[in-house]
Design a binder for this molecule. Structure first.
Ligand code: GNR
Ligand code: NI
Length: 167
């Protein structure tokens, strides 16, 4: 078990597109375990491998308040989406920034679990928001990409300032 370093915006590595996982082995399961530890440590509700500089299509999530409902999705795919809903999002890679983002309200997801078994389920509410946010990470996309260019510039300036102060 180990805590992983979470990349911070505007690190260019957050823009890499993660590769499909072709064999789910103990190495993948170790990454999953470290990702859960890292997410729980920061009280996050989700974490994508891209955020810890691992370019594989792996995400973890837990939207319970008890940290007792871990969800691990490998090679996730949204196969159906319905409706729209806006939600105030945050991101472990963009600390201190919270913005209203519109996404699909209900989604159907196909994925593999950490043993390589097929999963298919429907999600709504925070879990649906979270899965869409994490799959975006795996595609090199961040929630700030949905904001106006001016707002993005302001957030980037703010993050670079924070970075300079903490270096
Ligand atoms: O911890 C997180 N909370 C959150 C809140 C609203 C919408 C999305 C999220 S995901 C975020 C953790 C994170 O950055 N995952 O990539
Ligand atoms: Ni995020």
């Amino acid at each position: 078990m180990a805590l992983l370093n979470v990349l911070k915006y505007p690190d260019p590595r957050l823009r890499k597109v993660a590769a499909v996982v072709d064999s789910i082995d103990d190495n993948v399961r170790a990454i999953v375990s470290d990702m859960f530890e890292t997410m729980y440590e920061d009280n996050g509700v989700g974490l994508a491998a891209t955020q810890v500089d691992i370019q594989q299509r792996i995400l973890v999530a837990d939207v319970s308040h008890t940290q007792k409902e871990p969800i691990c999705l490998i090679n996730p795919d949204i196969v159906k989406q319905e409706g729209y809903e806006t939600f105030e999002e945050g991101c472990m890679s963009i600390p201190g920034v919270y913005e209203e983002i519109e996404r699909a309200k209900v989604i159907s997801v196909k994925a593999l679990d950490k043993y390589g078994d097929h999963l298919e389920f429907e999600a709504d509410g925070l879990l649906a928001v979270c899965i869409q946010h994490e799959i975006d990470h795996l595609n090199g996309k961040l929630f700030v990409d949905y904001l106006s260019p001016l707002k993005q510039k302001m957030i980037q300036k703010k993050m670079e300032k924070v970075r300079r102060r903490t270096l």
